[in-house]
Design a protein around this ligand. Structure first.
Ligand SMILES: Nc1ncnc2c1ncn2[C@@H]1O[C@H](COP(=O)(O)OP(=O)(O)OP(=O)(O)O)[C@@H](O)[C@H]1O
Ligand SMILES: [Mg+2]
Length: 339
């Protein structure tokens, strides 16, 4: 299960939340890996399970959420069976996370310095003075001007873009091997967004770490990711390197997502096509393929049997009955017909 170059292996996990009306499965049969030095993009509509996937890795699912099946291993160590104490040593140190809205993770009542120094000293054996120096160096690295004075400011004194830079500084200060970035730039305007993404990529590449980048934005994926996972209703429905995903998407849902990004054609922007229908609710999942309620190519089998993630070629897989040999003959021939 663990390949030699794999930093993280998620193997067949199921995540269940207990609620007042019973339990719901937010993730099912989710398997993927992240290689060392790789940027893995995760994309999919709201509610498909992107954040739950990252919170499962961090073991931050809260009181009601639990990984009920499967295993997650990081550097060959099963995270799913570590004690909370052992997990705390990994969080913020070997695996760190950047959230969409920095004010939810920056504490408004402490200065940036206090928060950074606390994180540093939790994981590295440094004096307060050394930790402060490291924090200032890191703030400079992420492009914070006058880092020596800003470090004593409170988070609200900074603009959104600056706060997000501080979050990156905090996430990277202990040199994690894996950075999980959950919609890290959605709240920012487009120019700042590009700067922050560039910065993240540069810093991570310098330290040969990996990024799991969650986003709604296929443009960000095209710009940043080496490989992409597409999620739909709590499952992975396609997994491919970024070029294959854009040039040769196989799942009807991925094809629909790609058709929904605007293409410049001369001076005209082509009209967006959106996928008709809506995502089924966790309480009311279709029995067969979860995309069957919206799929233009739905067959009888799709309504009754749930497809597995099918390996199509090296590093490319998709969860669709139409891609099986029985249904489509040669997959490449099928592809000609399909898009
Ligand atoms: N604490 C919770 N209790 C119950 N259900 C939850 C909980 N957290 C998430 N879910 C459910 O799990 C599913 C996946 O949620 P998740 O937050 O991972 O979506 P997402 O893909 O990150 O969406 P978005 O793009 O809007 O951030 C949703 O149906 C959500 O309602
Ligand atoms: Mg989310």
């Amino acid at each position: 299960m663990t390949g030699s170059n794999h930093l993280l292996d998620v193997y067949n996990i199921k995540v269940t939340f207990k609620g007042d009306d019973g339990a719901v499965n937010a993730l099912e049969n989710v398997s993927f890996h992240i290689e060392k030095g790789e940027i893995l993009g995760i994309v999919g509509e709201s509610g498909c399970g992107k954040s739950v996937t990252s919170l499962s890795i961090m073991r931050l699912l809260g009181q009601k959420g639990r990984i009920t099946e499967g295993e997650i291993s990081f550097k060959g160590k099963a995270l799913t069976s570590l004690s909370e104490y052992e997990m705390q040593k990994i969080r913020g140190n070997e695996i760190s996370m950047i959230f969409q809205e920095p004010m939810t993770s920056l504490n408004p009542v402490f200065t940036l310095g206090n928060q950074m120094i606390e994180t540093i000293r939790l994981h590295l054996k440094l004096s307060k003075k050394e930790a402060r120096k490291l924090a200032i160096d890191m703030l400079k690295k992420v492009g914070i001007p006058r880092a020596e004075t800003i470090i004593d400011d409170y988070p609200h004194a900074l603009s959104g873009g600056m706060r997000q830079r501080v979050m990156i500084a905090m996430a990277l200060v202990c040199q994690p091997s894996l950075l999980i970035a959950d919609e890290p730039t959605t709240a920012l305007d487009v120019t700042i967004q590009a700067q922050i993404l560039d910065l993240m990529k540069k810093l991570i590449q310098e330290s040969d770490a990996s990024i799991m980048l969650i986003t709604h934005d296929l443009g960000v994926i095209a710009e940043m990711a080496d490989r992409v996972i597409v999620m739909y209703a709590g499952q992975i429905i396609e997994d491919a390197d970024v070029y294959t995903l854009f040039d040769n998407p196989k799942h009807p849902y991925t094809q629909g997502l790609l058709r929904s990004i605007p293409h410049m054609d001369g001076d005209e922007v082509e009209r967006l096509e959106s996928i008709p229908g809506s995502v089924p609710s966790l309480q009311n999942m279709p029995k067969g393929c979860r995309f069957s309620t919206r799929c233009a190519y739905v067959t009888e089998k799709c309504l009754t049997e749930s497809p597995e993630l099918l390996s199509l070629s090296r590093g490319h897989s998709a969860r669709c009955w139409l891609l099986t040999k029985d249904n489509a003959g040669d997959v490449s021939e099928f592809h000609q017909v399909f898009i």
